[in-house]
Structure formats: structure tokens, C-alpha cells
Design a protein around this ligand. Structure first.
Ligand SMILES: [Zn+2]
Ligand SMILES: [Zn+2]
Length: 291
């Protein structure tokens, strides 16, 4: 059996959660050893990795509940009279073209879903958790609020279902998307040279995490940076030396879980307060005009 066959076989056996847990265990062990040695890792890096690991474990524990919710949403959506392309139109395409189309369709959906989460004040509190990491590492891939995968699955349902694409063509390479995502979170100043617009690099994604106004809402594609070029959100001015993280957003695991609910509560209160103020102003204007 060739090395490629061994890797493909291994990737087919392992699912996303197991892969994340395995990677988390390795990085945490390395982090702990480095922390003991006090040479390469700061306290901030260690705390960040620890919070990420807790988020991954919590999300893993709640995955069955999440699967039920997604199943219900899919069943509901399936009953809606939404036209679909005939799956037969994809027959006859070479597998490698279908793989490219599926990856492009997924990344296109991820791009717009990601853009919406950055620009919507109601969805940002969910995605802000991913951005709260002051020291991004491979583990930051798993630092997502448990509601974010649900939002992503809904975007796939709405944007991709009608295409009837054979998503199963990805097969064993589906796990490579997770590995690539982990790679782009590494603290490396690699930009892929002439391929920088084709495959997302650590430098490209580092700017996405930069706490610098010019970089906010930029570099939204997961795999294909040319989507950012096309839609005007590409921003890589060179090596990224900016601070990482998101202002006001908590960095402790339990605080991160509660953060979107607290933010929504704050937004609702502010909206109600504004409405009350506008009603009062209108009432005063009416009273003045009647007097
Ligand atoms: Zn983002
Ligand atoms: Zn990220």
C-alpha cells in the first residue's frame, strides 16, 4: 500500500471531531511542556490554548444535540417547494472537476456566511468568540461558539441544496479542509508566493484575526482568497505584526459561551430604550401641537 493510500485510508476513518481532539491533545501536551520550560510560550499563549481546548471539548459534548437541530431544520427545509437542479446533470463530469466545484461551492457559501457574521450586529456576537483569541494557534480552529456550526449548516442548506451537487465526491479529502483550516491558524509568515490568491495561507488568515480597523471584515474566504479579491475584501499589506483578538469579547471559556446571549440582551434593551425615547418625543410633539 502506498503512502498516499495509507493517508487516504486514515482520513476516511477519522471524523472531524476526533481529528480536532487528537490535534488538541498533541498541541496541549507541547504547550504544557513549553510552558514548564518557560522558553517559547507565554502565559497568554498557554491560557489561550487552554480556553480553546475547553471550547472544543464542550462543542464535542454538545455535538449530538446540534446534529438533532440540524436534522430538524433539514427536514423542514426539505418540505418547502424550493426547485432543485436535476442531480443527473452532474453525471459524466470527471471526479476532479466535481471535487473542485464542490470545494468552490462550499467556500462560496462559507464566504457569504462569514461576511454576514462580520457585518450583522446580531450574528457578530456568535462569531466574535472565534476572534477573541489573543494568541491564535492551530487550536483556534476549534474556538467557535456552539451556535456557529448551526449557522454554517443553515447557510449550506439555503445556498447549496438547490445545486444538488454530489458532495460525497470529496470522500477522504473532506478531512483535508479541517487540516488546512488548522494550518492557516498557525503563527507562520507564509504567503504561498504566486499561489497566494489560490490557496489561503497563514499570513492571509492572520490578517483576518488582526485587531486593526483596516483589517476588520477582510480575508473572509476559508480556502480560496480569490473570492476576497472578486468581492473587494482582500487585505494582505505584508507581514502581519498587528495585535490579535477582539475588543470587549471575553477570553474565558464559560464567559465565551454566555457572551452572545448577553450581547443580544444588550441589543434588545438598547432597541427598546430607543423606541421608548422616540414614542416619548412623538407624544411631546403631539401635546405641544394640541396646546
Ligand atoms: Zn471572521
Ligand atoms: Zn480564524
Amino acid at each position: 500500500m502506498s503512502a498516499l493510500n495509507v493517508i487516504t485510508h486514515w482520513l476516511q476513518k477519522i471524523d472531524g471531531t476526533s481529528l480536532m481532539l487528537l490535534a488538541s491533545a498533541v498541541v496541549l501536551a507541547v504547550t504544557w511542556i513549553a510552558h514548564r520550560c518557560r522558553r517559547f510560550w507565554s502565559d497568554l499563549a498557554f491560557e489561550s490554548c487552554f480556553a480553546n481546548l475547553l471550547m472544543i471539548l464542550m462543542n464535542g459534548a454538545l455535538a449530538p444535540l446540534f446534529a438533532i437541530l440540524v436534522g430538524c431544520a433539514e427536514a423542514f427545509y426539505g418540505r418547502l417547494p424550493i426547485p432543485h437542479l436535476d442531480p443527473a446533470i452532474w453525471q459524466g463530469f470527471p471526479v476532479w472537476i466535481l471535487m473542485g466545484l464542490v470545494l468552490l461551492a462550499i467556500d462560496f457559501s462559507d464566504y457569504w456566511n462569514h461576511r454576514l457574521m462580520h457585518y450583522s450586529r446580531w450574528l457578530w456576537p456568535i462569531h466574535a468568540i472565534h476572534h477573541s483569541d489573543p494568541h491564535p494557534t492551530v487550536l483556534t480552529t476549534g474556538r467557535v461558539h456552539l451556535l456557529e456550526p448551526f449557522v454554517m449548516q443553515m447557510s449550506y442548506l439555503i445556498l447549496l441544496t438547490w445545486l444538488s451537487l454530489p458532495f460525497e465526491v470529496l470522500g477522504g479529502i473532506a478531512g483535508l479542509r479541517i487540516l488546512h483550516n488548522m494550518y492557516t491558524h498557525m503563527d507562520l509568515d507564509w504567503d504561498h508566493g504566486p499561489l497566494r490568491y489560490l490557496i489561503a495561507s497563514p499570513r492571509f488568515h492572520r490578517w483576518h484575526h488582526a485587531d486593526e480597523p483596516a483589517a476588520y471584515g477582510k480575508n473572509l474566504a476559508n480556502i480560496f482568497p480569490f473570492l476576497d479579491v472578486i468581492f473587494g475584501t482582500y487585505y494582505v499589506p505584508g507581514t502581519c505584526r498587528a495585535e490579535m483578538g477582539a475588543r470587549r469579547v471575553p477570553t474565558r471559556a464559560m464567559d465565551m459561551v454566555a457572551w452572545p446571549i448577553l450581547e443580544w440582551n444588550r441589543l434588545i434593551k438598547r432597541r427598546l430604550h430607543k423606541r421608548k425615547q422616540s414614542n416619548n418625543t412623538q407624544a411631546m410633539a403631539t401635546n405641544t401641537s394640541t396646546v
